[in-house]
Design a protein around this ligand. Structure first.
Ligand code: APR
Length: 306
């Protein structure tokens, strides 16, 4: 058993390093650029030797090497450039996802797949449609990342430990994400009761713009430390059968009154992938916003004919 990572760029390589350093599993790191996959794998292996770790990373461009991977993470694709929306990556990354999906079908035995490539909700849907894998075995990493960003911003503003904050964000992984201020709690109290409306609106804006802010600072490429952290915890919950809750992009099949769409919602993640989608008790306005976002995602899916 090993973990397969497709795309040995910033997110993929950082994730490979996290998984192997923490002794979670061996990693197969695949990239279309063989040298990048092999070079980064060997650099990580040297670092693993320094700390006397027992796990190893294998770099490759051959999908046959993913045959024994029980969990596969897809990070292949272009990241954003300054001033670019995640949606602008759509066509290029969709072609990459189609190629990756075909290779998975030809070489793997129905692994649990976590999509990271943006625009996330659309790409997760595309993996499902192009592989035909069970709906519970394919999901996207994003809500947990957005929640981490919200917690970071709130903890600094309110001067409280991150551990005291329970975030809640649903909807798409883009500027339409829905920060549930009624359900986001700080020491058990709704954040909506702790901050003035102006401050709350600013926290929400900063959370939504956090990814773009990091892209603008980096000048080249997008965030990878926080994304790889969120993915690591999900993989750990799968391998160690922890059944922890995560905000993910998941395929809804009647939950929340929606169907045939991938969108952010909380779910229990365990050895089978999505064990259960959690249906939050949304109020009328929250439900209306969630429905609007789902309709927008569906429209894009239909336009692209995925
Ligand atoms: N098959 C395999 N690997 C591919 C393919 C393909 N068809 N196309 C591109 N790649 C590889 C690239 O060679 C590169 O090494 O994917 C890697 C992407 O790495 P980065 O450019 O560093 O991007 P990264 O920051 O890791 O982000 C990857 O995740 O967060 C999202 O928006 C982000 O869509 C982007 C993805």
């Amino acid at each position: 058993m090993n973990i397969g990572i497709i795309g040995a760029g910033n997110v993929g390589a950082t994730l490979a390093s996290r998984i192997s350093e923490k002794g979670l599993a061996d990693v197969v790191l695949l990239d279309i650029m063989e040298g990048i996959a092999k070079g980064k794998a060997e650099d990580i292996n040297d670092s693993l030797s320094i700390i006397k770790a027992s796990k190893r990373v294998f770099g490759t461009s051959n999908y046959k090497d993913l045959a024994d991977s029980s969990v596969i993470i897809i990070t292949a694709g272009l990241p954003r450039e300054p001033g670019m929306s995640r949606e602008e990556l759509l066509k290029t990354n969709l072609a990459i996802i189609k190629d990756v999906s075909k290779n998975l079908l030809d070489n793997c035995k129905e692994p649990v797949v976590i999509t990271v490539t943006n625009p996330l909700d659309i790409m997760t849907y595309a993996v499902l449609k192009n592989t035909g894998y069970p709906k519970s075995k394919v999901f996207g990493m994003a809500g947990t990342l957005d929640c981490g960003r919200l917690v970071n911003i709130l903890s600094r503003r309110l001067n409280v430990m991150p551990s005291k904050i329970k975030p809640a964000i649903i909807g798409p992984h883009n500027d339409d994400m829905i920060v549930l201020t009624r359900l986001t709690k700080v020491a058990g109290k709704p954040v909506s009761s702790l901050l003035k409306q102006n401050d709350l609106s600013e926290v929400i804006r900063l959370t939504k713009e956090r990814g773009a802010y990091i892209v603008s600072l980096l000048g080249k490429g997008s965030a990878y430390f926080a994304p790889s952290q969120a993915i690591f915890l999900m993989i750990e919950s799968i391998i160690k059968r922890k059944k922890n809750n995560f905000y993910i992009s998941c395929y809804l099949n009647g939950q929340y009154g929606l169907s045939d769409v991938c969108i952010g919602a909380p779910a229990v993640i365990g050895e089978n992938g999505i064990e259960r989608i959690i249906e939050l008790a949304l109020d009328k306005e929250e439900k209306r916003r969630f429905f609007d976002c789902a309709a927008k995602i569906k429209e894009t899916i239909e336009t692209l004919g995925i």
